[in-house]
Design a protein around this ligand. Sequence first.
Ligand SMILES: [Zn+2]
Length: 132
Amino acid sequence: MFGIGLNNLIKIGFRVSDHILKQQEIERSRTASEKARLQAEASREKTIEENSRYRRTMLEDEIARASVAVECPNCGSTGNRIRRGSTGFCQFCGTAIQISQSGTAFIADPIAKERALAEEEIRRKGGEQVNV
Ligand SMILES: [Zn+2]
């Protein structure tokens, strides 16, 4: 007869299937924890995305609140929006338009125009906004 009896063969068989089951269980838990990790990551990314969208909206609201629709004192066009207390340029005729804190538009004085030009130059170069 063989060295290994039927009983032993069955025992080994159980042990092997037991081992396979354990492996499958580990694999399942790995998959589950990996899934949980990916879900957590996705939810984190979603939160970051939502936060940045919220901040963007807040910023847009802030700009909209702070700026006024301006009728150009020079050419009369109405498509310009300029921040209160700042100087902007008419997008049609290029006139420098100064907006008071109360929202009144008038043709900018030469100093305000130079300052606005310098600020725009700085913005175009991507630098920090500085006081000129
Ligand atoms: Zn104009």
